[in-house]
Design a protein around this ligand. Sequence first.
Ligand SMILES: [Cu+2]
Length: 689
Amino acid sequence: MTRLLCSAALALPLLLCAMPAAAEDDDAAPLTDTIVVTGQRQTPLEEATDPLSGHASLPDAAALTARLPGAALIGNGPISGQVQFRGLFSDRLAIRVGGQSFQTGGPNAMDPPLHYAPAILLDTIKVSRGAAPVSEGPGMGAMVDARLKSVRFGSGTELAPQASLAASYRSADQGYAAGGVAGLASERLRLGVIASWEQGSDYRIPGGHARDTGYERLTYGLSAGFRSQGQTLSLDLRRQETGPSGNPPYAMDIDYFHTDFARLGFDGRIGALPLALELGYVDVRHGMDNFSLRPAPTSAAQYRYSYAEAQTMTARARIGIGPLALGADLAQVDRTVTISNPNNPAFFIASLDRIEQSRLGLFAEARFDRAGWQADLGLRIDWHRAQMANPAVGSGVPAMIVNLANQTALGNAPRRDTTWDAVLRVWREDGALRPRLVLSRKSRVPNAVERFSWLPTEASGGLADGNIYIGRQTLRPEVAWAAEAGVDVIVGGVSLRPSLFYRRVDHYIQGGPVPASMPLQIAIATMNGDSTPLIASNVDAELYGFDADLGWQILPQLRFDATVSYVRGQRRDLADNLYRIAPLNGRVALAWQGTGWSLSGELVGAAAQRKVSATNGEAPSSGWVSANLWFGLDLGKTVQLSGGIENLFDRRYADHLAGRNRVPGGDVGLGERLPAAGRSLFVRLGLDF
Ligand SMILES: [Cu+2]
């Protein structure tokens, strides 16, 4: 299969390009979008084509991913951004780092999965267009896999050095990042270290600064692989230490995340049959508070420090039998969240207390190939179990909360669900017209916050809508039926890839009014400033829309690129819109590719969003347009300089999906959507050999 890389990426490995790419193994080319961040070490099989369509200077992989058609960025903090894809986000997407899936630690997703994929360490991001194959595990919508750089197997018998290093600076937040991989590799063995350090201050907006938006993050780890006679064994160990970082849309900021990743993989054969095995472990430890980064509360009683942890253990096996793949996967997640007041040792509340979630899944996938048409059909079944310990509270908490903890214990029980998923994908890989169709039935079980959050708090898995929420143990799994169809038109120097999609979700989980039969919860929420709290409820919803990208090689050196995305999300059981859905948005770029250099100008914009959720108290937003300039410069064979100027005209605007500020005393009003950074210079120096 031919892999497409961009000529820009070949000449200037740190420019970013998005295109239909057939990546390794069994990925279906027209059904996967790949952002190639580093264009290094391509084999002769990889073919040089096109564009230069993507850049972003933000520290997280989420911002880069958001440049793909259908995708958008939900800004909850400088390093807490989430990707939205066709209106779905959070646990509804299958988001991986290096192929590994795990439970984030924060009950408010201060560490969404892509928090663990610093842009400075990124190699590629792959996004499935349409529902992900069942072999990728549960997840209602697309799969996003952010792969970090690694030392790869070499071509000789002797160990040879390899390195891919980069350093960048962004003027808006005086943020710098440095990192990369280095190691030794032969055709049989690879050994590498990975490390990065990133730090930024409050970012500048036209007319001031966005308070509480600084961040710091350290990543380091080891990776090794051994290959012999077609069998490969690999081991990855990585630790990420996030330091004090702001989250202005939330009630608290990150004090720290200490997260360990471990992954052991085997790829080979048993007899003549291909076999893949994988073991993964992720341990997140997290502290957050409302007093150390933002202005502290006036009363000592209102100080809060929350400690959260989550351990995820995963195992996966997959065997190929002719056109058939059979597999099993297991996941076990343990998590706990405890709220405390550092001024009062008797005040603590286990708001998610010793939760255990487990899942066993079995899947089968069959691949067909006839007369230029390809198809795969997959089925999976999962058995889920979830339970919480009876919540513990300290002696210093108000009696109402003690009563609610006792009441919760009475209704507390293990919860079991069985779900099944089916995905059919049909596509063509050649010809000027390449149709693709994905039909799916997918499901998602309620997450721990939606199910077990018994204490009325603002924890909502990252919604950050300011509402107080409680969970509901008896929730049913969400079930989504979806059809996603498109055609890739590839004629001469033009490639146009439009898609249409419709997704109907039954039992969609969203906050609804807390019934009057729960007076204790309403009283506690009222005490905390929200007399109309919401309870996680099964409702009915639908999402539909279209997205497309266009690439046009006008001249050998001149290229035009455009992307457009539109999604509409609404309730089916009552007249309301879904919350935090991206408005119509897009970008156009014109690029000139010289010999060893390139320059491009880009306009990015979004329409106003007035189709907002009344249930979540969402405010409408107005549209915006922003201009960026990007450049790339080859400094010899191994060194590249790239960068640009963002928000060229220094306009003050805020995206609809940006979180709303809750930190007083800065240059952004309370409740105001966090504006984008003002005019900002970005430079990045890369060294690859
Ligand atoms: Cu947190």
